[in-house]
Design a protein around this ligand. Structure first.
Ligand code: OGA
Ligand code: MN
Length: 266
């Protein structure tokens, strides 16, 4: 998991063979790391669009960005002061509560704390493949409900009726098949609410136990950011989270984020 791609200036559009090679590397490595990049928001949009269709952000998740497709991942308030709060610190897959969850997320580091503020990734192919055959068979038959409403409640945010209507709960296979590689991976994380047709508490306990299994260090990669890094990761086979391992109330951390729309899960 995770490969560094060298020799490209992402401000320029890629020629077709290069674009295809990047996509192949993306499917083979799940996370691509491009160092020393410096893209404006428009350039990041143009880079991202070479691989698919940009995704709008949830009503309640737009952040303070002047571009509808570039979400500011930041711990600063509108006046530029650190708020002491860092979002996305729990394991998740972006927009897994959508009928067609995100294919990929592109995150470009602009301002970083002197140390820490890492992003951690867990490989859901590896987590699935490490289970014994009997358990895999059992999980193959299960469906998981992902809910933005519940996931926000878990971080003490009550959504408005409009926000709930904008993102109703979605059912996905718990072991989903990646549409490009054909490999199976667990599909859960913080938006995963319960298992369909199973007692609520039992389903939640099962999801939580699977998350403990799936996020063991042997399945993870920790990205230690440098300003200028641009990461592109595959939400269809990974969980990720921000690590608040820095003084969030003191140091700014700002990254620009674009997402690509995925396909319905199978
Ligand atoms: C995201 C996200 C993690 C981070 O942008 O989707 O989860 O480290 N970011 O900021
Ligand atoms: Mn995320």
């Amino acid at each position: 998991m995770a490969a560094e791609v060298t020799g490209l200036d992402l401000r320029q559009l890629l020629d077709t063979p290069t674009r295809n090679a990047v996509l192949e590397a993306f499917h083979g490595n799940q996370i691509l790391v491009f160092r020393d990049q410096d893209l404006t928001k428009d350039e990041q949009i143009a880079f991202t669009e070479q691989f698919g269709t940009l995704e709008r952000h949830a009503l309640s998740n737009r952040g303070t960005s002047d571009s509808p497709f570039v979400h500011l991942v930041t711990n600063l308030d509108v006046a530029g002061r650190p708020t002491g709060k860092l979002g996305s610190t729990r394991w998740h897959s972006d927009k897994s509560f959508r009928p067609a969850p995100s294919m990929a997320t592109v995150l470009h580091a602009k301002i970083l704390p002197p140390n820490g503020g890492d992003t951690c990734f867990a490989n859901m192919y590896a987590a699935y493949e490490a289970l014994d055959e009997a358990e895999r068979g059992e999980l193959d038959a299960l469906k998981v409900v992902h809910s933005w409403e519940l996931s926000r409640e878990n971080i003490d945010r009550k959504l408005s009726a409009e926000e709930i209507a904008d993102a109703p709960p979605q059912t996905h296979p718990l072991a989903r098949v990646h549409p490009e590689t054909g490999r199976k991976g667990l599909f859960m994380g913080m938006h995963a609410s319960h298992l369909e047709g199973m007692d609520m508490a039992e389903g939640r306990a099962r999801i939580e136990a699977l998350e403990v299994h799936a996020t063991q260090e042997r399945f993870t990669y920790r990205h230690n950011w440098r300003v200028g890094d641009l990461l592109m990761w595959d939400n269809r086979c990974l969980l990720h989270r921000a690590d608040p391992n820095f003084d969030v109330a003191l140091y700014p951390r700002v990254l620009h984020r674009t997402c690509l729309r995925g396909t319905p899960t199978v």
